[in-house]
Design a protein around this ligand. Structure first.
Ligand code: EPZ
Length: 465
C-alpha cells in the first residue's frame, strides 16, 4: 500500500544529465540550484487540480461500482490518498498516464497503523468520514498533516458530522466517529464558507436519509466540479443564491467517469513566474472563467495575457510593473493560494503593494526568505488599518506591505509550505546570482513535474531529486 503511494510520489522528470550535474556540485536530495536572472519562456500543460482530484478519489468510495478519473497529475498528495484508499480495500489502478480507475467493490476496515502512517502528511483523510460511515459504520481519523499555515482546526467538519447524527469520540490515537442510528439529512450553517467543510457535508449528505440544507457553503470551482461528479454518480444536489446548497440523499451511488477541472492554482503560479522573470509563458489547459479574479489583478499589476483556444498566454509586456492592493478571500474572491507567487512579482512593481490575508492566520511566513533575497516586505500582524477593507469580517488580519522595485539576489532557502515554496522557486529564477532551494518534496505535493516544466521554460538549474 505504501509502495503504491511511493510510486506515485516519484517525479519522473529527473534526467540523467541533471543527476550527473547534481553529483558534480554536491547537491543533496530534494535540492535545486538555480542560476537566476533569466526570463522563463515557453509553454507548459496543466492537468487536473490537486484540490479536486483528491476529493474525487474519496467520492469513489461512496459508489458500489468502479470510477474512472482523467487528467490526474502525478503528485505525492495523490499517492497519499491512493494509499489511504488501498488501506480500505479500494483498488486503484493507473492503466495509462493521467487515468485512475478506482474500484470500491471490496471496501473493508483498515488497520489504524496503516492510515496513521499516511495521514500525517495530508488534510484529505478528514474527508473520508462520510463515505466510511456509509460503507463501514465507522471512521478513524488520525492526526492530520498538510501545510503549516495556521491552526487549521476541524471543528466545522466535526460539528457537521454530529448534525448528521454521527458520534465523535476523541482518543489519544485520533478521532473515532460512528453512526449508531445511521446518518440523517440536516440543516447546517457554516460559520465560514470553508472548502473542506463544504466537501465534508456534500460527501456525507449524498447518502444520508432525507434532505440536507447547507448555508454559507464554499462555491469554489473545484467544489462545483465535485458536485458534478456526485451528480454523475446519482446524487441529487441543487443550489440557491447566497451560498445555499441542498442535497437530497439517495440509497445508492454508482461509479463516475470524469475529467478533472484544471489546476487554477498552478496556472496562477506560472503566470506570476512569467511576470517576475520578465518572461512569456503559455499555460495550456488554463481557462478564463475560473481565473477571472486573478486575471484582473495580473493586469492591474502590469502583466499581459491572452486567452487562447487551449490555454492562456501570460507575459511581461515591458515597462514598469504597478503596485496593487489585494485581499485574499473565498471564491469568487482572490484565492489565498495565489498571493505567494504574486508577491514575488510585486517586489518588482514600482510603488507599495498591500496584500491582506483573510483566509489563514499565518500565511506570510514565507516572506522572510524573500526579504533575505532583497525584498522590502513588512508583515503587519493586525493588518493595515488605513486601507478600506472589502472583507472586514474576520479576525485574521495579517497584511504584507511590499515596496518595490528591489533587486533580488540569490540565497539558500528552505521550502516552508506548498505555495510559499513555489514562490521561492520564482524568486530564485528572478534573482541575480545563484540560489539553492531545499526541501523540494513539499512542492511535489502540488506541482506536477515542475522540474521538467522549469527545464522546458529554459530555466538554468541543477537538481537532485
Ligand atoms: C482548501 O483547504 C485547500 N486545500 C487549500 O489549499 C486552500 O488554500 C483552501 O481550501 C482555501 O481555498 C485542499 O483543498 C486540500 P478551508 P481547506 O476549510 O479545505 C478555517 C494548497 O496549498 N476552518 O476553506 O483546509 C481554516 O482554519 C492548500 O493547495 C476552521 O476554522 O480550507 C481557515 O482559516 C493549502 N474550522 C478557513 O477556515 C474548520 O473546521 C478556510 O479553510 C475548517 C476550516
Amino acid at each position: 500500500m505504501v509502495d503504491a503511494a511511493r510510486s506515485l510520489t516519484k517525479d519522473s522528470s529527473l534526467t540523467r544529465d541533471s543527476e550527473k550535474a547534481a553529483a558534480r556540485v554536491g547537491l543533496r536530495s530534494g535540492e535545486i540550484v538555480i542560476h537566476g536572472g533569466k526570463p522563463l519562456n515557453g509553454s507548459i500543460r496543466l492537468r487536473g487540480a490537486k484540490n479536486l482530484v483528491t476529493k474525487a478519489m474519496v467520492a469513489a468510495l461512496l459508489a458500489d461500482t468502479r470510477s474512472v478519473l482523467q487528467d490526474v497529475p502525478t503528485l505525492s498528495e495523490i499517492g497519499v490518498v491512493t494509499g489511504m484508499l488501498n488501506a480500505y480495500g479500494v483498488e486503484v489502478a493507473a492503466p495509462e498516464d493521467g487515468v485512475l480507475v478506482l474500484d470500491p467493490t471490496n471496501v473493508e476496515r483498515a488497520q489504524f497503523h496503516e492510515i496513521d502512517a499516511l495521514a500525517g502528511s495530508s488534510r484529505i483523510p478528514i474527508l473520508f468520514c462520510g463515505p466510511l460511515l456509509h460503507r463501514l459504520g465507522e471512521a478513524l481519523i488520525p492526526d492530520l498533516g498538510g501545510c503549516r499555515i495556521g491552526d487549521r482546526p476541524i471543528d466545522f467538519h466535526l460539528n457537521a458530522l454530529r448534525a448528521f447524527g454521527a458520534v465523535v469520540d476523541k482518543s489519544y490515537e485520533g478521532i473515532r466517529i460512528t453512526a449508531p442510528d445511521g446518518l440523517r439529512g440536516t440543516n447546517i450553517e457554516l460559520p465560514y464558507p470553508s472548502v473542506g467543510a463544504t466537501e465534508q457535508v456534500l460527501l456525507t449528505a449524498v447518502r444520508a436519509s432525507g434532505v440536507t440544507e447547507l448555508k454559507n457553503a464554499a462555491i469554489e470551482p473545484e467544489i462545483m466540479d465535485l458536485i458534478a461528479i456526485l451528480q454523475k454518480m446519482g446524487a441529487i444536489i441543487w443550489m440557491e443564491p447566497n451560498r445555499t446548497i441542498f442535497i437530497e440523499g439517495v440509497d445508492q451511488l454508482t461509479g463516475y467517469e470524469h475529467r478533472a477541472i484544471f489546476d487554477r492554482n498552478e496556472a496562477a503560479s506560472w503566470a506570476a513566474a512569467a511576470l517576475a522573470t520578465g518572461g512569456d509563458i503559455t499555460v495550456l489547459g488554463a481557462r478564463q472563467p475560473e481565473l477571472m479574479t486573478f486575471l484582473n489583478v495580473f493586469r492591474k499589476a502590469g502583466g499581459a495575457f491572452q486567452v487562447q483556444e487551449d490555454g492562456i498566454r501570460f507575459w511581461h509586456p515591458g515597462g514598469h510593473l504597478k503596485p496593487v492592493q489585494v485581499e485574499t478571500d473565498v471564491h469568487p474572491g482572490f484565492m489565498t493560494d495565489w498571493q505567494q507567487p504574486l508577491i514575488v512579482a510585486l517586489t518588482q512593481a514600482h510603488g507599495t503593494s498591500i496584500v491582506h490575508e483573510t483566509v489563514y492566520e499565518n500565511r506570510f511566513g514565507f516572506t522572510d526568505a524573500l526579504i533575505e533575497m532583497g525584498a522590502d516586505i513588512v508583515v503587519h500582524q493586525d493588518g493595515v488599518a488605513s486601507v478600506t477593507r472589502r472583507v472586514p469580517r474576520r479576525r485574521l488580519e495579517q497584511a504584507a506591505v511590499i515596496t518595490g522595485p528591489t533587486p533580488l539576489h540569490g540565497a539558500d532557502v528552505t521550502v516552508p509550505d506548498l505555495r510559499g515554496g513555489f514562490s521561492y522557486l520564482i524568486a530564485a529564477l528572478a534573482a541575480s546570482g545563484t540560489s539553492t532551494v531545499s526541501n523540494l518534496g513539499i512542492i511535489s505535493r502540488g506541482y506536477e513535474h515542475f522540474i521538467e516544466k522549469l527545464s522546458a521554460l529554459g530555466a538554468d538549474f541543477v537538481y537532485e531529486g
